[in-house]
Design a protein around this ligand. Structure first.
Ligand SMILES: [Zn+2]
Length: 677
């Protein structure tokens, strides 16, 4: 009997039993069995929904259930052995997906299903087939054999390059630390950050304070350290990670990888008939062309740049000096404090993590009529992880999710939601959706719970919004359930929509309770917080536009095969974009692209604009709640039915129109950002 825990599919992964040596054998076995089963189906001439599509959905479901805990553990409890096992599987998985996508016999069989049964299939089933047929074409299914092989080789190459890019960022980040022995250097830093550095120093038997380069430390230093040299040092370390300007460039410089990634993507797109990778990327998105996206971004830039410039001038005037990149957050925090008498740090005691979670769950319970309850008998991979069930009003289980919220070594930075189990109802086989919600908040210090800034609270709501999209789905077929099959530029709609609740006066009393007194956030603080929401809204917008335009342009315009020429073109585009939209000029050593994982190793390539695109959808959707009452059950039920439950089973524009009664408008977002009155 096979005892590999990755192959024992139960309700939840058997995390504590999973070892690196289980990974490759499990993936090989599932892939071998999938291939054999596929062969058998095609040999038998399967070409109906039940005989072909359902078994394919089952196969993919089993594969993603086997792989999901591996990918998750690689991200949150990384080790050299696990990383090696993970990497060994990447080419196998890529090859499987490419083979599947290029299987012409399977493609023809799906076409037959549509032709013979199209009339009696449900809308969900037709959408699944439409997506599948589109993806077959994007994978080059009808190409000559030689081109298919080329496409496959390029896919494998790309996945290795992207993984290497990530590793370099992680390793370069982990390798950097700053040891402080002179207490005066710590002036201005919040106590919890200092205590954490103290513990880190003790852990390595050092005196003084040791600061590792993670997001909480980086942000705290940039925002609060009075010592400009220290800020500059952290800024430099952060923006030169994995570059020629950073630590150990001979090991971790991503320069050549970036050129390789762009070249491979361009070649991939060309093989399947697209002019650029941007065109290829947009083929599966809600936006219809590069020109449309460019126009959208330029329109936002034109509306927000003048405001951003005014904000920056005011900040410089306030600082009374020329501002460098490592000064902006520091003075912004002070200006914000002066203008609103509000400090992000000072509000931490009002947002103990347990209170934020229970209040946030309460919001979802009121909106969607569910109940969220912690479950303690679940196998976890790290003591920081917890598990919650989502229950329907009748007590039946709708889904569940892991939360893993504290920064720690060997854990990837940032915040994200990922799928652990996708929903399925396939004949007698069923599974409820399970998600992972991951953040990197400051861990509890001693007996005191983690205390969040309000922007961290907003991050928590964001990821929970993704989680709800994955968990509330009522779609039966895994490939279009939850976030699966949702157009990438619409996938941030539920998450950004959810952020809005963290700013509402009706919600703040639910998510805040002072750590010592239990008092909710006072009305005065609440009003200041709301007033501060649009603070530097123009500058924040142009920053996102800088990333989005950079991403779109490098994937549309760079044609150079030679690495050096490609990198020169990339830096030139970055310069042009900055001149066009940015209001603060970064120093020459800035190598921000080298750690821009979203677009080089994540899924946002030629898709970073999606954040702003989805923000338009989210702000416009939320404006319906503002008009009708944020806990108005008619509007929340409409949102649940039209958006959350539908997952990828509907066209994103159709779903939006069903909810809002019209197409999206840009004005609610401009208002939210303070760009329009
Ligand atoms: Zn998101």
């Amino acid at each position: 009997m096979n005892t590999n825990p990755l192959l024992q599919i139960q309700e939840l992964p058997a995390f504590s039993a999973i070892r690196p040596e289980h990974v490759e054998p499990a993936i090989r076995q599932v892939l071998d069995e999938n291939r054999a089963k596929l062969r058998q189906l095609l040999d038998a001439g399967a070409n109906t929904w039940d005989s072909l599509v359902v078994p394919l959905e089952e196969m993919q479901h089993r594969l993603s259930r086997t792989w999901s805990p591996v990918g998750h553990m690689n991200g949150v409890v990384n080790s050299d052995e696990l990383r090696a096992a993970y990497n060994a599987c990447l080419p196998l998985l890529t090859a499987w997906h490419t083979d599947l996508g290029q299987n012409e016999q399977l493609y023809r069989a799906y076409e037959t299903v549509l032709k013979n049964e199209g009339g009696k299939l449900s809308a969900d089933q037709r959408k699944l087939l439409d997506n599948a047929l589109r993806d077959f074409r994007l994978a080059g299914v009808a190409l000559p054999e030689q081109d298919k092989q080329r496409f496959k080789a390029l896919m494998e190459q790309l996945s290795m390059l992207q993984s290497k890019f990530d590793e370099n960022v992680l390793d370069a980040t982990n390798a950097w630390s700053r040891h402080v022995t002179d207490q005066s250097e710590l002036a201005g830093l919040p106590t919890p950050i200092v205590e954490r550095a103290r513990e880190a120093a003790r852990g390595r038997e050092l005196d003084g304070w040791l600061f590792l380069l993670d997001a909480p430390n980086y942000q705290a230093v940039l925002m609060h350290a009075e010592n400009e040299a220290l800020r500059r040092e952290f800024y430099r370390a952060w923006v030169t990670r994995a570059s020629d300007q950073g630590l150990s460039p001979e090991r971790w410089d991503n320069t050549t990888l970036m050129a390789d990634i762009l070249r491979v993507r361009r070649e991939l797109a060309a093989v399947v008939g697209f002019d650029s990778y941007s065109d290829y990327s947009l083929a599966t998105k809600m936006a219809t062309s590069v020109a449309e996206v460019r126009e959208f971004l330029e329109q936002l830039a034109a509306r927000s740049k003048p405001l951003a410039q005014t904000e920056f001038d005011a900040l410089s005037k306030f600082a009374g000096r020329q501002l460098n990149s490592w000064d902006a957050s520091f003075y912004a925090e002070r200006l914000k404090r002066e203008r609103f008498n509000l400090s992000e740090e000072a509000l931490r005691p009002y947002f103990p993590l347990p209170r934020v979670l229970s209040g946030m769950f309460n919001v979802a319970e009121r909106l969607y009529g569910v109940r969220i309850a912690e479950r303690n008998d679940v196998d976890i991979y790290h003591p920081d992880a917890k598990f919650y069930d989502i229950l329907n009003a009748d007590g039946s289980r709708r889904g569940g999710f892991f939360v893993d919220l504290y920064a720690r070594p060997k854990k990837r930075g940032g915040a994200w939601m990922d799928e652990c189990v996708g929903r399925k109802r396939l004949g007698s086989a069923s599974a409820s959706p399970v998600a992972y919600l991951v953040c990197n908040f400051m861990p509890p210090v001693g007996a005191q719970p983690s205390l969040l800034t309000h922007s961290e609270v907003v991050t928590m709501f964001h990821e929970f919004g993704h989680g709800l999209h994955h968990l509330m789905t009522q779609v039966d077929y895994p490939s279009i359930a939850g976030i699966n099959g949702v157009a990438w530029d619409a996938v941030e709609l539920p998450s950004q929509f959810m952020e809005n609740f963290a700013w509402r006066p009706e919600v703040l009393p639910l998510i805040s309770a002072h750590i010592d007194t239990g008092e909710p956030l006072p009305q005065t603080e609440l009003e200041r917080l709301l007033g501060s929401r649009t603070f530097q809204g123009g500058m924040q917008t142009v920053r996102q536009l800088e990333f989005a335009l950079f991403d779109l342009r490098i994937h549309s315009e760079i044609r150079e095969d030679d690495s050096a020429a490609s990198n020169a073109a990339l830096m030139k585009i970055l310069d042009e974009v900055r001149t066009h939209v940015a209001v603060i000029k970064p120093p020459a050593f800035n190598r921000f692209p080298h750690s821009f994982q979203h677009i080089f190793s994540g899924g946002y390539a030629a898709g970073y604009y999606s954040y702003k695109w989805a923000e338009v959808l989210a702000a416009d959707a939320f404006s319906a709640f503002e008009e009708e009452g944020i806990f108005n059950s008619a509007v929340s039920q409409r949102f649940l039915k039209a958006i959350l439950e539908q997952g990828g089973s509907r066209d994103a524009m159709d779903a939006f129109v069903e909810f809002r009664g019209r197409k999206p408008k840009i004005e609610p977002l401009l208002k939210q950002l303070g760009v329009a009155a």
